[in-house]
Design a protein around this ligand. Structure first.
Ligand SMILES: Nc1nc2c(ncn2[C@@H]2O[C@H](COP(=O)(O)OP(=O)(O)OP(=O)(O)O)[C@@H](O)[C@H]2O)c(=O)[nH]1
Ligand SMILES: [Zn+2]
Length: 201
C-alpha cells in the first residue's frame, strides 16, 4: 500500500513526476487484482510512467516552440497538408484515438508561411495531451491564426476512438470528423475549395 503522504503533496503543475506516475500505475495494478510484484510486472510501473511522459509530452510544449521557422515567400494562396497521422488520448477514458489531420491556411498578404513539417509538429503538440477531438481541432486552428497571422485557416480531423471500439458501445470503425474554419476560409467558395482538396484523395 502506497502512503499518499510520501507522494510529496499536490502535483507540481507543468512538470512530469515519474515517481508519482509509477506509484499510480502500481496502485492501478493492485486495483484490478493484479500482483505488481510478480516477475513480469516488476518493471511495468516505471515503463508505463516513461510511456506516459512521451504520450503526454505536448503538455510541456507550446505551439510557439514548433512554429519557429517562417519564410516570406510571397506565396499568398492556400497551403494544405493532408493526412497527417495522429494519435491522441481521450480525456474521458485515457485510451487512444487515432486518425489523421488535414491542416490548411491562406498566408497573409505578405506571404508569411511556415515549414510544412511544422504543421505536423503543431498537431502533435496538441495531440500529445489528454484531449477531446473538438478541442484538438480548434487549438490547432487558433494557434495557426495567432502565430502565422494568415488570412484564414482550416483544420479537419478524422479519428477512430478506442473508447468507442474496445469498450462501451463497441463500434469499431466508427469515425468522428471535426472541422474548424477561421478567417477567409469561412467564405463558402474558399471553404469548398479546401474541402474538395481534403476529400479528393
Ligand atoms: N465530444 C466528444 N466526446 C468524446 C470524445 N472522446 C470520447 N467522447 C465521449 O465522451 C462521452 C463520455 O460519456 P460518459 O457517459 O461520461 O462516459 P461513459 O459512461 O464511459 O460513456 P460510454 O462511452 O457511452 O460508455 C462518451 O460518449 C464518449 O464517446 C471526444 O473527443 N469528443
Ligand atoms: Zn473516451
Amino acid at each position: 500500500m502506497i502512503d499518499p503522504v510520501t507522494l510529496d503533496g499536490p502535483p507540481a503543475v507543468g512538470t512530469f513526476d515519474q515517481k508519482r506516475a509509477e506509484n499510480a500505475i502500481r496502485e492501478l495494478l493492485l486495483a484490478v487484482g493484479e500482483d505488481p510484484d510478480r516477475e513480469g510486472l516488476l518493471e511495468t510501473p516505471a515503463r508505463v510512467a516513461r510511456a506516459y511522459k512521451e504520450i503526454f509530452a505536448g503538455l510541456w510544449q507550446e505551439p510557439e516552440d514548433v512554429l519557429t521557422t517562417t519564410f516570406d515567400l510571397g506565396h499568398d494562396e492556400m497551403v494544405l497538408v493532408k493526412d497527417i497521422e495522429l494519435t491522441s488520448v481521450c480525456e474521458h477514458h485515457l485510451v487512444p484515438f487515432r486518425g489523421v489531420a488535414h491542416v490548411g491556411y491562406i498566408p497573409s498578404t505578405s506571404g508569411k508561411i511556415t515549414g510544412l513539417s511544422k504543421l505536423a509538429r503543431l498537431v502533435d503538440v496538441y495531440a500529445r495531451r489528454p484531449q477531446v477531438q473538438e478541442r484538438l481541432t480548434s487549438q490547432v486552428a487558433d494557434a495557426l491564426m495567432r502565430i502565422l497571422e494568415p488570412r484564414g485557416a482550416i483544420v479537419v480531423v478524422e479519428c477512430e476512438h478506442m473508447c468507442m471500439s474496445m469498450r462501451g458501445i463497441r463500434k469499431p470503425g466508427a469515425k468522428t470528423i471535426t472541422s474548424c474554419v477561421r478567417g477567409q476560409l469561412r467564405d463558402p467558395a474558399t471553404r469548398a475549395e479546401a474541402m474538395s482538396l481534403i476529400i479528393g484523395r
